[in-house]
Design a binder for this molecule. Structure first.
Ligand SMILES: *Cc1c(COP(=O)(O)O)cnc(C)c1O
Length: 408
């Protein structure tokens, strides 16, 4: 038996984290110690519905038995080889990713931001080698209010000062256009454009769903100008929005697709870029890599995570449960003086308030409704429960949330 030394109470544990950690997050004052399925428990034994799912990394729920079993079994055999050697698990992950996404090739990385970085590199090389863009002069077109991660490339893409301020100098060759405006995007695409990078639904921005004609028009424009379209589905992918991938809502298949978060099943980071032969074909030995990318532990976890999404039909489940939650929230909050809008697709849902009260409401939801949600940009609250949440659990949670949301 190991015995825990040091602080054990909520206050002591928070004080320890704040005393020794950098202050790059402002977590709710809840200290979690255990999770199972849709639920998490704090150190005092109180149970909550996880209404964030680690931003969608936990679509399959906490500690899904099949994913944990795959992790444990693989940890007992082989965990890391580096790509200097083949391993006996990576091929299966790549084949499954290609089957699920409908692309001929995949490149494994670890975190979402690395998948984005990889895709941007692929589009630049493709532009210089195959599309006649002068080397080093490419421009990437992205959307305002995007979120693609936290590296210097990703914050160079950002229009949110809290992400980019005082982190410059930034990566050059980036053109930013309003999200949802296909005409603005068309004006921004020119002879030096290396590619267009978008989230199909903007997550961190507050679950911003574009007009229905947006992605079809972007797709048509990119095809007409022979500019690659890359969709970052790190958050929207793997069932969250009620389809396997959000692009399917609009039939706007990209040329490159970034996958992450739920590809990990919430246990071990796994990401990938899936794409066309010609785009991923730009990489030659030595031109890109990652020590951990495609490692056997990640591959075993990724395969199990994909199997759970497929076998438990999580996209259809998200569509069905999400429609019910949206309907109930809209009905229950109609006429509320504090709520401006309820929006979303599948189980990717946001409630936007008229004023900056989302953090306060989030704290009240944790305390009074035992639901853990996340505020964003002051006015918006995000609700992204695991896609495996039982229907009655979800309905009860929504009923507990409604009076708190309505009073603001
Ligand atoms: C979370 C997220 C990322 C970054 O993923 P990390 O694993 O945190 O690097 C990139 N793009 C989108 C759309 C995301 O939601």
């Amino acid at each position: 038996m190991t015995t825990h030394q040091g602080p054990r109470t909520t206050d002591e544990l928070i004080a320890q984290a704040e005393r020794f950690g950098a202050r790059n997050y402002a977590p709710l004052p809840v200290v979690l110690a255990r999770g199972e399925g849709a639920f998490v428990w704090d150190v005092e034994g109180r149970r909550y519905l996880d209404g964030l799912s680690a931003y969608s990394a936990l679509n399959q729920g906490h500690r899904h038995p099949r994913i944990v079993a795959a992790l444990v079994a693989q940890a007992g055999r082989l965990t890391l080889t580096s790509r200097a050697f083949h391993n006996d698990r990576m091929g299966e992950l790549l084949e499954k990713l290609c089957a699920v996404t409908g692309f001929p090739r995949a490149l494994p990385m670890n975190t979402g931001v690395e998948a984005v970085e990889t895709a941007v590199k692929a589009m630049r090389r493709f532009a210089y080698e195959r599309r006649g863009v002068p080397d080093g002069e490419g421009e990437l077109v992205v959307a305002d209010d995007n979120f693609h991660g936290r590296t210097l490339l990703a914050v160079s893409l950002s229009t949110d000062p809290s992400s980019y301020a005082r982190f410059g100098p930034f990566v050059p060759g980036i053109v930013k256009v309003p999200f949802g405006d296909a005409a603005a995007l068309a004006r921004a695409v020119g002879p030096r454009t290396t590619g267009v990078l978008l989230e199909p639904i903007q997550g961190e921005a507050g679950v911003i769903v574009p007009p229905d004609d947006y992605l079809p028009r972007v797709r048509a424009l990119c095809s007409a100008r022979r500019v690659p379209l890359c969709l970052d589905e790190v958050q929207t992918g793997l069932g969250r929005t009620g389809r396997m991938f959000a692009w399917e809502h609009w039939g706007a298949r990209p040329d490159l697709l970034c996958v992450g978060k739920a590809l990990s099943g919430g246990v071990y980071p796994v990401s990938a870029v899936c794409g066309t032969e010609e785009l991923l074909g730009v990489f030659t030995p030595g031109s890109h890599g990652s020590t951990y990318g495609g490692n056997p532990l990640a591959a075993a976890v990724g395969v199990a995570a994909l199997d759970v999404v497929l076998d438990e039909e999580l996209p259809a489940r998200a569509a069905r449960l999400g429609a019910r939650v949206l309907t109930r929230l809209r009905a229950g909050l109609a006429g509320s003086p504090t709520v401006k809008e309820v929006r979303g697709k599948g189980l990717m849902i946001a409630v936007e308030f008229h004023s900056e009260i989302a953090r306060r409401v989030t704290e009240a939801l944790a305390r009074e409704a035992a639901v853990l949600c996340k505020d964003t940009h002051g006015r918006t609250l995000r609700f992204l429960p695991p896609l495996v949440t039982p229907e009655d659990v979800l309905e009860d949670a929504v009923e507990r949330m409604l009076p708190i949301l309505a009073r603001g």
